[in-house]
Design a protein around this ligand. Structure first.
Ligand code: TNX
Length: 491
């Protein structure tokens, strides 16, 4: 048997809060490896066993007395916190909640060799020592734009599998926009029959939609990975697809044609029409009923063709609906121009600090999700020559997406006001999951560390080195990541 490369205990993304290596505690994986658990953690224990089977080629049953021990309870109040201890006789993972165990499993996974199926032809050794870890921010997200290009549920599941490795715990789905409507709504069948059908999306190349059952199934899959789905219905602008399907929702009731270009800001629901609110209420009620997570995102961005007075009137009617259906509202930061419900969250995407109500909202106690486009928009090109993506917020290399901080980005919005970070991926130029992977990786790994690791513990040289080591892992997983020249990728 030959020794496989053994990882260093701290070679993990995001970097854990505390890493204490102990070389005397290196643990050699041997035939007979088993995972012991308590019944309340059997689900995550099986997820870990499956990863170990894949990495080692061993059968790895769940069994009492197994050398990989999963303990639940009494560790830390933060449900995502965990402790991982590796000694010569085994591995002990503890957390107060299953989601903490799941986070710990993602760490342990990165300490296994990058390629799967090593079997007994190679020796697998885990580095000894103790990791204690907890997130800086509770919300660490990414967004997929399904309106400009639809991705099927199985594709999104594979994307979820890829992002949870970095402890990303929210997936925001941009379900509606001028070019398409991607979720079936009872009573409004033409939304999806017409605006989810053939020829929708940018260049007409992104057709498709979820039935309610498909959406429910996707949300349940995400829940097993401790990811909260955040559905977005973009209002009152970005609604051409609605008006194509239901012309009675235009200002003059006249039909409008479908749009497959990438313009923004030309469409709007009509604040002065009762039909508008009947429609919006049906949609929000249905989306809230289908979504177990706490959030409902109502867009609110780039409503350039909605007069400011109408924008206010519209939101004053619609914001309370979200609360009535039991959800906490999120909107793009433009929403902060109006009086918000106490628990409302603003998602900040601007590229320059500007006084547009976000700091005022923070002063009144609102929380903010940080998504500054010049740092975390995954649809920005890495460099001029990047084939995919846009460049209106500048070029966003890997270091640029890493080397910033959510708590000092906007004066008046400090650590206590920041709920977390989210990296949106708009899909005007994307045509496949391979395109999504190329734009997301490696930058999403950088954003994940920005959201998880304490600021004082982060630095680019360390991240850059750890990221390089991730290359073979992505390659083994078949992920089409961008081999940025900023990183030394091992062969
Ligand atoms: C701005 S950022 C938009 C989207 C575009 C994106 C392209 C925001 C809330 N709205 O409509 O897809 O730029 O980068």
């Amino acid at each position: 048997m030959r020794a496989l490369t053994m990882r260093q205990l701290g070679d993990v993304i995001p970097l854990p809060v505390s890493v204490r290596p102990d070389p005397s505690g290196n643990f050699r994986i041997e035939p007979g490896l088993a995972v012991s658990t308590v019944p309340a953690a059997a689900g995550v224990a099986e997820q870990l066993a499956e990863l170990l089977r894949h990495a080692t080629g061993l059968p790895v049953p769940l069994a009492d007395g197994g050398s990989v021990r999963i303990l639940l309870g009494g560790y830390d109040k933060n449900p995502e916190a965990y402790r991982l201890e590796i000694t010569a006789d085994g591995v002990t993972l503890s957390a107060s909640a299953n989601r903490g165990l799941f986070a710990g499993i993602q760490t342990l996974r990165q300490l296994l060799p990058p390629t799967g199926g090593a079997g007994l032809t190679a020796e697998v050794v885990l580095p000894g020592g103790t990791i204690e870890d907890a997130p800086r921010f509770g919300y660490r997200g990414t967004m997929l734009d399904l309106a400009r290009h639809f991705f099927r549920p199985d594709e999104i599941k594979s994307y979820l599998d890829a992002i949870v490795q970095f402890k990303i715990n929210h997936l925001h789905l941009h379900l509606t926009d001028d070019q398409g409507w991607r979720l079936e709504i009872p009573g409004w069948p033409r939304l999806t029959a017409i605006s989810g059908g053939p020829g929708t999306g940018c260049d007409g190349e992104g057709p498709g939609f979820f039935t309610a059952d498909e959406y429910r199934d996707l949300v349940a899959y995400a829940e097993r990975l401790f990811v909260t789905i955040v559905p977005e219905i973009d209002l009152p602008g970005h609604v051409n697809a609605v008006q194509v399907a239901y012309p009675e929702l235009t200002r003059d009731g006249m039909p409008v044609g479908p749009r497959t270009d990438a313009e923004v800001g030309y469409s709007s629901l009509v604040a002065g029409k009762e039909e508008t609110y009947a429609f919006v209420e049906d949609v929000l009620r249905e989306v809230a009923a289908l979504t177990p997570g706490p959030y409902l995102h109502i867009g609110g961005d780039e409503a350039f063709s909605t007069p400011p007075e109408d924008y206010r009137t519209f939101l004053e009617r619609v914001l309370p609906m979200v609360g009535r259906y039991g959800k906490r509202v999120i909107g793009w930061h433009e929403m902060a121009a109006v009086e918000l419900p106490a628990d409302a969250i603003a998602q900040y995407w601007r590229i320059e600090p500007a006084e547009d109500g976000v700091a005022r909202a923070a002063a009144r106690g609102h929380q903010v999700i940080m998504s500054p486009a010049d740092r975390v928009y995954l649809d920005m090109k890495y460099e001029k020559s990047t084939r995919l993506g846009l460049d209106w917020a500048g070029l966003v290399g890997v270091e640029r997406s890493y080397d910033w901080d959510p708590a000092d980005r906007l004066p008046g919005v400090g650590e206590e006001s920041v709920l977390g970070v989210e990296a949106p991926l708009w899909s005007e130029t994307l045509r496949s999951m391979a395109d999504v992977q190329y734009m997301a990786f490696p930058r999403l790994a950088a954003v994940a560390e920005v959201g998880w690791t304490p600021r004082a513990a982060r630095d680019w040289p360390s991240f850059r080195r750890r990221l390089g080591e991730f290359g073979p892992r992505w390659a083994a997983q078949g992920i089409n990541f961008y081999r940025s020249p900023e990183i030394d990728w091992p062969e």
